[in-house]
Write a protein that binds this ligand. Structure first.
Ligand SMILES: [Zn+2]
Length: 81
């Protein structure tokens, strides 16, 4: 499953109005569409088997927060090497 970065950029972030957040237990309106893999690796609880998930404002914030942390960890790793 290798997709070009360009394709990823074109398909990400588009949300049809009225789509609900994919995080279990959340039914707010989604503002962002993100690949389920990424959302899961950020630790958010989304339904399994779905390749594309939709995040509401709150959960998108949460997702960004968590991915930021991951990036920091990566930077630390680089510094150590
Ligand atoms: Zn949500």
């Amino acid at each position: 499953m290798v997709r070009s970065l360009k394709e990823e950029c074109l398909t990400l972030g588009r949300v049809t109005k009225g789509v609900k957040c994919s995080v279990s237990g959340c039914s707010k309106e989604a503002i962002r569409s993100i690949s389920a893999e990424k959302v899961r690796s950020a630790g958010l609880n989304v339904g399994s088997g779905e390749r594309r998930t939709y995040l509401c404002k709150e959960h998108y914030k949460e997702y960004k927060k968590r991915t930021k942390k991951e990036k920091k960890v990566e930077q630390l790793r680089y510094k150590r090497v």
